[in-house]
Design a protein around this ligand. Structure first.
Ligand code: PEP
Ligand code: MN
Length: 357
C-alpha cells in the first residue's frame, strides 16, 4: 500500500527524473550506480536495461532475469523506484514478479504492433505505469497506436518518452530530435506525461546538456538519462553515458521553467504581446487572401491566352528575391523557402480552379 502511494507520488512529480545504466552489468555496478544517483538527491527512479534489443547480433544482450533481484536490492538500499524495458509477455511477467515499479517499451518494440499487443495483453488487469518510447522511425501513428493498445487493456498511468528518430548516415545526433513530432504528440495527448531521453537522441556526451535544456524549454515533464560508474567501459552505449555525479551537476545547471506564472506583471505583459501577435496574424491572413485574389485574376488571363499555370522562371525569381529580402529581415532561408512553397502551392490550386472552371 505504501509503495503504491509512493509510486503515485513519484509518477506525479515534476520534473520526473529517471537515471541509471543503459544495461545492468553486475550487481555491484548497479548497486553502486544507484547509491551514487541517490546521493545527488535529485533522482526519482533507477533505470536499467535487463533485456537489450541490439541492432546487430553478437553484442551484449543484457543479463536477463537474473538482474531483476539486483534492481530489487538497489531499491531496498536507496529508496529509488525502478524501471526496466519490456518487449515480450515473459519480460512483463518477470518484471512484475520482482516488483519493478514502472515498465518502459523501447523504440524497437513500439515499431512492431505484434510486440506491443503482446506486452499489452500481458498487462491486462495489472496496475503498473508504462512509459512508451517513440518508434525508431518518425511515424506518429505507430507511437499513438502503441499508446492506444496499452490504454485499451486498462493501464491508467501512461507516459511518453521522446528518444529521437533514426536517420541514415552520420548526422549531428544519433537520433534526430525532430521536436515538432513530440510537440504534436502533446497536442494529441494533452494530459499525458512526456519526458525526454537526451542520451539516445545525442549518442554522445557533449550535446546532452543542450538537448535536455531544450526539452525543458518545450515544457517536457522530465528526463531519462543514462548514467554509469565507469562510462567509457560500459557494456552498451558507452559513448553517451555519464557518471551519476556528472548527471547531478547537469541537473543543477539546467534552467527549470514553468508553463505559466501568476505574477501580475508577467500575465499582463504576455496578454498585451499576444494581442499584438493576434493582430499581426490577422493582417497576414487578410494579405494572403488578397494575394490569392490577384493570383486568380492572373489565372483568368492565363486561361484566355492558353498559358500554363506554372512558370519555373518566375517562381525561381520570387524565391530568390524572397530569400534575399528575408535575410535582411532576419528570417531564415529555411523558413522563407517553406513559406513561399506553401503560398505558391495555394496560388496554383486557386489558379487551377479558375483554369478548369
Ligand atoms: C535504452 O533505453 O537503453 C534503449 C534501448 O533505448 P531505445 O529503445 O530508445 O533505443
Ligand atoms: Mn541505451
Amino acid at each position: 500500500m505504501e509503495t503504491t502511494n509512493k509510486l503515485q507520488q513519484v509518477w506525479n512529480k515534476r520534473p520526473l527524473i529517471i537515471s541509471g545504466p543503459c544495461s545492468a552489468e553486475t550487481e555491484e555496478q548497479l548497486m553502486s550506480t544507484a547509491e551514487r544517483l541517490a546521493k545527488t538527491g535529485k533522482v526519482d527512479v533507477l533505470r536499467a536495461g535487463i533485456w537489450k534489443p541490439r541492432t546487430k547480433p553478437g553484442l551484449f544482450e543484457g543479463v536477463g532475469t537474473k538482474g531483476l533481484p539486483w534492481l530489487q536490492n538497489a531499491k531496498k538500499a536507496t529508496g529509488l523506484l525502478t524501471t526496466v524495458e519490456v518487449a515480450t509477455a515473459k519480460h512483463v511477467e518477470d518484471a512484475l514478479q520482482f516488483e519493478v515499479d514502472i515498465l518502459w517499451i523501447g523504440a524497437r518494440t513500439t515499431v512492431n504492433p505484434f510486440s506491443v499487443q503482446e506486452v499489452a495483453d500481458a498487462l491486462k488487469g495489472v496496475d503498473i505505469p508504462v512509459l512508451i518510447k517513440n518508434p525508431i522511425n518518425p511515424d506518429l501513428e505507430l507511437w499513438s497506436g502503441a499508446i492506444e493498445r496499452i490504454q485499451k487493456v486498462g493501464v491508467k498511468n501512461i507516459g511518453m518518452i521522446h528518444r529521437g528518430f533514426s536517420n541514415y548516415g552520420n548526422t549531428e545526433y544519433r537520433n534526430a530530435p525532430m521536436w515538432h513530432l513530440p510537440i504534436e504528440m502533446k497536442r494529441r495527448f494533452p494530459e499525458m506525461m512526456l519526458i525526454c531521453d537526451p542520451s539516445h537522441i545525442c549518442g554522445n556526451r557533449t550535446l546532452l546538456q543542450s538537448v535536455a535544456q531544450k526539452s525543458i524549454d518545450l515544457d517536457f515533464d522530465g528526463l531519462i538519462v543514462e548514467s554509469h560508474i565507469d562510462p567509457d567501459n560500459a557494456w552498451s552505449d558507452a559513448k553517451q553515458q555519464i557518471t551519476p555525479e556528472t548527471f547531478g551537476k547537469m541537473l543543477e545547471d539546467l534552467k527549470w521553467r514553468s508553463e505559466t506564472s501568476d505574477k501580475e506583471d508577467f500575465v499582463n505583459a504576455l496578454a498585451k504581446l499576444r494581442e499584438q501577435i493576434n493582430h499581426v496574424d490577422d493582417e497576414l491572413l487578410t494579405l494572403l487572401s488578397q494575394r490569392m485574389k490577384i493570383a486568380e485574376k492572373i489565372g483568368n488571363y492565363k486561361r484566355e491566352n492558353n498559358i500554363t499555370i506554372l512558370q519555373t522562371g518566375r517562381w525561381n525569381d520570387i524565391l530568390q528575391k524572397g530569400i534575399e529580402r528575408g535575410s535582411k529581415l532576419d528570417l531564415s532561408e529555411e523558413f522563407i523557402t517553406k513559406y513561399l512553397d506553401a503560398v505558391h502551392l495555394e496560388s496554383i490550386s486557386h489558379q487551377n480552379k479558375i483554369m478548369n472552371s
